[in-house]
Design a protein around this ligand. Structure first.
Ligand code: 3VV
Ligand code: FAD
Length: 664
């Protein structure tokens, strides 16, 4: 325990499972648990990583403080000889968005994924030692989603064997790249390749942006920060930037040439790798964002759950204590599905990581067959998990009542940091529509004998799924995973087929796709929820040691799918996958499961193993000592530095005087 008295001790005693074992399940393995436990404590115990004042600092101070932390973190990483895995955990637990996220998370992966062996050999050692710092400069003022619409040009000059990078219009200014505004020395810049007057699509180029001697922009480059973003503290620690090029020259070998090469005489040669590999870095990051969703959601849920056990409101009998708000069924029906979602996203994130690793290995062996599956899964799951998490953090704020609105609850900043995840790395609707295209393609090919694979494999049983009738007769039948899977499969398949039927009535398929896009998004949501449900159920088929651990996960899995079934019962009923009676039984079973979660709720959030430093929330403190700490923190606000506020003499006193003289 971190503090003195444990106000949640009674809650912890109620747990019916081995919390330590659950911590390992959450972390993924003994190895990852050990690392994350050790590194999170190392960060929490180092005052240099304090976050206490972050929401109160003006931007310039905030940003400088982030630079200080990033540089100190780098020193610790080197002094302690941390491995790559440990270093990335350290950056995670420092919990402050910074240029390093883009350097390690996008610049290096872009070079790894799209650079030739030679290019990797040249640039990666510099980047690994942070002798250069890089960003990912793709989005422009005028285009983000439509990557093909980017306007920056890279024109090959055969005379000098160079590319000329240029921003022909205002809207072609790079706009948004993190780390670009004030820090990066280099960027992977995405631009329209032009050779011999011909366009060859979007490619990545390594461009030096600032001089290594004095950090000034190189000639022909205009660069700056794009300004304050949503919330206090939050993502304002990041220098999202603007960048313009005026005919900036770079050597030919700085085009990332794994996908296509430009020869000395300006010929464009395509490798045998698909051109979509230019989008590969985005696939990688979308996969990490799914894993990150479970972190952000679990953090909010941890705060809201602990506080819900501490907070009491109404219901005192004969002078006894009032009811803990966690005991209200309405509180449980809002909170426990989010708790279950955090676990569900954890496991689907684990699976997606596996899928991504598998695809990467195949790509190295020139097997590109699973690339569309990787694109569909990363795009769809990124959209689903970030939308639920963003809404979930806000729900957790409401679950904490008034105190949730205080910055010291940690929730406002968490929300502000998190919501752009619905937009960056692909707007969620735009990505859902990508999955919709793949779904419609799959349905249209069903008669052709080509069997769908991977997460679309269930479509191969389309005849069966279209005839399916759910045979649930009593509430407990909903605990049978096979019944649940079929119901979710039938719902997703029927929604897709219904869209495909409507689509086939349009003479112009593109017109039809646009007209039906809102329905298509609903079908994609159904498909993605099926993936999450099925991966949770698969997880339960594994051997999971520890007293009661598997049982708790079964309960959470049930909460997850029955909550979805309840929330989307319109879909299930409209597609005749369940009857109204069966939907009602599902809801009865859901209430039973809430009661089973209740005694374990605190232990289930303890299993995330978050330090108080990482949570950054008085409401979510491990020891539950909320009120004295809230009271104490208020006095630390700069507004309370003086009893009489600045501005009293100028604005308050004259006002009061005027009222007094008016009365007289
Ligand atoms: C940094 C991470 C650190 C790690 C920390 C961990 C935790 C994380 C926490 C905090 C991170 C914070 C950091 C924030 C960072 C933010 C960074 C950015 O935002 S970078 C900008 C992102 N920009 C977008 O994502 C644009 C979105 N747009 C697109 O992706 C495309 O343009 C798209 C897909 C919407 C449309 O592409 P089209 O219209 O140009 O289509 P065509 O190129 O013609 O391709 C069509 C074919 O290609 C396939 N395709 C499309 N994209 C694919 C892909 N990515 N992979 C494989 N295939 C793909 C399609 O399925 C289609 O296939 P068929 O021809 O039908 O077979
Ligand atoms: C915090 C943050 C960090 C970022 N970091 C980086 C970075 O490091 N590097 C980088 O290159 N970029 C970065 N970006 C940019 C980001 O990737 C883009 O903003 C994102 O891809 C969305 O593109 P957009 O801004 O063009 O949105 P738009 O596409 O203009 O979206 C506007 C609206 O139009 C809708 N819409 C667009 N197209 C369609 C369609 N075809 N059908 C239906 N609806 C549509 C969207 O759903 C949305 O509602 C960052 C953005 C943010 C907010």
């Amino acid at each position: 325990m971190e503090g003195g008295v444990d106000y949640l001790a009674d809650e912890r005693k109620k747990a019916e499972f081995d919390v330590q074992q659950m911590k390992i399940v959450w972390a993924g393995s003994h190895h990852t648990f050990e690392i994350s436990d050790r590194i999170s404590k190392l960060v929490a115990n180092d005052p240099a990583f304090s976050k206490d004042e972050r929401t109160m600092l003006p931007r310039k101070e905030l940003f400088k403080n982030t630079l200080r932390k990033a540089s100190y973190a780098w020193k610790r990483i080197n002094d302690l000889h941390l491995s790559e895995e440990e270093a990335s955990q350290l950056r995670f637990y420092v919990d402050e968005p910074a240029f390093t996220d883009l350097h390690w998370g996008m610049f290096i992966p872009a070079i790894k994924g799209q650079g030739t062996d030679e290019q990797q050999k040249k640039w990666l050692p510099l980047a690994y030692k942070m002798q250069i710092i890089g960003c990912y400069a793709q989005t422009e003022l005028g285009h983000g989603s439509n990557v093909q619409g980017l306007e920056t040009t890279a024109t090959f000059d055969p005379q000098t064997d160079e590319f000329v990078i240029h921003s022909p219009t205002l809207t072609s200014s790079k706009w948004w790249p993190g780390g670009l505004g004030k820090v990066s020395t280099h960027g992977v810049v995405y631009a329209r390749l032009i050779t011999d007057g011909q366009e060859h699509g979007i490619h990545g180029f390594i461009v030096q942006l600032r001089r290594l001697e004095d950090h000034r922009p190189l000639p022909g480059i205009i660069i700056g920060d794009i300004g304050m973003k949503f919330g206090n503290g939050a993502y304002n620690t990041m220098d999202n930037g603007v960048l313009r090029f005026d005919h900036v020259r770079i050597p030919r070998d700085q085009m990332l040439m794994r996908v296509s090469q430009v020869t000395r005489d300006g010929k464009v040669v395509q490798s045998d790798v698909p051109r979509q590999l230019v989008y590969g870095t985005m696939v990688y990051v979308r996969q990490t964002i799914v894993q990150d969703a479970s972190c952000a959601l679990s953090r909010a849920v941890c705060i809201a759950t602990r506080y819900s056990a501490v907070r009491r409101q109404f219901g005192s009998h004969n002078g006894g204590p009032e009811t803990q708000v966690i005991d209200y069924k309405t509180q449980q029906s809002r909170l426990f599905p989010l708790l279950a979602s955090a676990y569900a996203f954890r496991f689907v994130g684990e699976w997606l990581k596996w899928l991504y690793t598998d695809v990467t290995q195949r790509l190295q062996a020139n097997d590109f067959s699973t690339l569309p599956e990787a694109h569909a899964c990363t795009a769809g799951l990124k959209s689903l998990t970030t939308s639920v998490t963003a809404d979930g953090i806000e729900e957790c704020r409401k679950l904490c009542g008034g105190h949730g609105y205080l910055c010291t609850s940690g929730l406002p900043e968490l929300f502000a940091v998190y919501v752009p995840a619905c937009t960056y790395e692909g707007d969620n609707i735009v990505l859902m529509l990508q999955v919709a295209r793949i779904l419609m393609k799959t349905v249209s090919q069903l008669g052709s004998g080509k069997l769908p694979v991977g997460t679309m494999a269930y479509m191969g049983r389309i005849e069966h799924l279209l005839q399916y009738r759910c045979n649930v007769q009593k509430a407990e039948d909903w605990l049978n995973p096979a019944i649940v899977l079929e119901a979710f499969e039938a719902r997703a398949a029927r929604m897709s087929v219904s869209c495909a039927k409507k689509l086939s009535k349009f003479a112009n398929p593109e017109e039809g796709f646009a007209e039906l896009s809102a329905d298509l998004v609903e079908a994609v949501v159904a498909h993605c929820q099926l993936i999450v449900v099925s991966k949770f159920i698969e997880k339960l088929q594994q051997d999971i040691p520890g007293k009661g651990v598997k049982q708790q996960l079964k309960v959470l899995c049930g909460v997850y799918y029955l909550f979805l079934l309840h929330k989307h019962q319109g879909d299930f009923l409209a597609t005749s996958c369940v009857t109204p009676k069966q939907a009602s039984l599902a809801n009865d079973q859901l209430r039973v499961l809430y009661s089973q979660v209740r005694p374990n709720a605190i232990a289930l959030v303890d299993a995330f193993n978050y330090t108080d430093h990482f949570l950054g929330s008085i409401l979510g403190r491990y020891d539950g000592n909320v009120y004295p700490k809230l009271y104490e923190a208020a006095w630390k606000d700069p507004l309370n530095d003086s009893v009489v506020p600045d501005g009293y003499h100028q604005y308050i006193r004259p006002l009061l005087k005027q009222q007094r003289s008016a009365k007289l």
